[in-house]
Design a binder for this molecule. Structure first.
Ligand code: SF4
Ligand code: SF4
Length: 203
């Protein structure tokens, strides 16, 4: 009986010198170095590919596309952090590796769940022939940069990066017949490019 009492006394003296083991939360935030808090998009680094939505196990990310054939079409990624389980899969599998980051933010309580969203919006490229969605402009530019000179073998990537550099300002088909060779120099979806190449070769 004597030894346990001595041990407790030693613990009490140690605690008096060292201070309490517990954190002072909520008066002082306590965050471990590898704590996974609210995921946040990094607008300049995200390319809008949607891979984060594909891998999200909680289906917390919606991909919302707005198509406007006469103006700007967009893809919005909407992350609902009231559904998010903070697993970090979106960050680990991000195509650009920097498009989304996991912050240390944990105080996320809100009165209205509709406000628990984190968004990023990207411009979509449409086929100049049929108007089908090809993909986000930043994604195509990312692929062109990644491939470097090899991108010149793919007309879509080559034309998109030329457009990005301001080298391609107008639709070439506006100056000649869309069925003609000028169609080769338009931003086309795979189906329209296939038909254009066949028409060019076989007429
Ligand atoms: S942290 Fe996990 S649950 Fe949350 S958005 Fe990313 S992948 Fe989905
Ligand atoms: S770049 Fe990363 S964050 Fe952006 S849509 Fe793709 S996977 Fe998601």
């Amino acid at each position: 009986m004597k030894y346990p009492k001595l041990r407790e006394l030693r613990e009490a003296v140690k605690a008096l010198i060292k201070g309490p083991y517990t954190s002072k939360f909520p008066y002082e935030p306590y965050i471990a170095e590898n704590f996974r808090g609210k995921p946040e998009y990094v607008e300049d680094e995200c390319i809008g590919c949607g891979a984060c939505a594909e891998v999200c196990p909680a289906r917390a990310i919606d991909v919302v596309e707005k198509i406007n054939r006469n103006g700007k079409s967009t893809r919005k990624l909407v992350l609902h952090y009231d559904i998010c389980i903070f697993c970090g899969q979106c960050v680990a599998n991000c195509t650009s590796e920097k498009g989304i980051k996991q912050t240390h933010e944990y105080a996320l309580a809100l009165f209205d769940r509709k406000l628990a969203v984190e968004e990023v919006e990207k411009e979509l490229v449409l086929c100049q022939e049929c108007g089908e969605v090809i993909g986000p402009r930043d994604h195509l530019v990312f692929l062109a940069n990644k491939l470097g000179l090899l991108a010149s073998g793919n007309p879509l990537l080559m034309l998109t990066s030329q457009e990005e550099l301001g080298l391609l300002k107008e639709d070439p088909a506006e100056k000649s017949s869309p069925e003609g060779r000028a169609n080769m120099f338009r931003v086309l979806c795979p189906k329209c490019r296939h038909e254009t190449v066949l028409t060019d070769i076989w007429g």
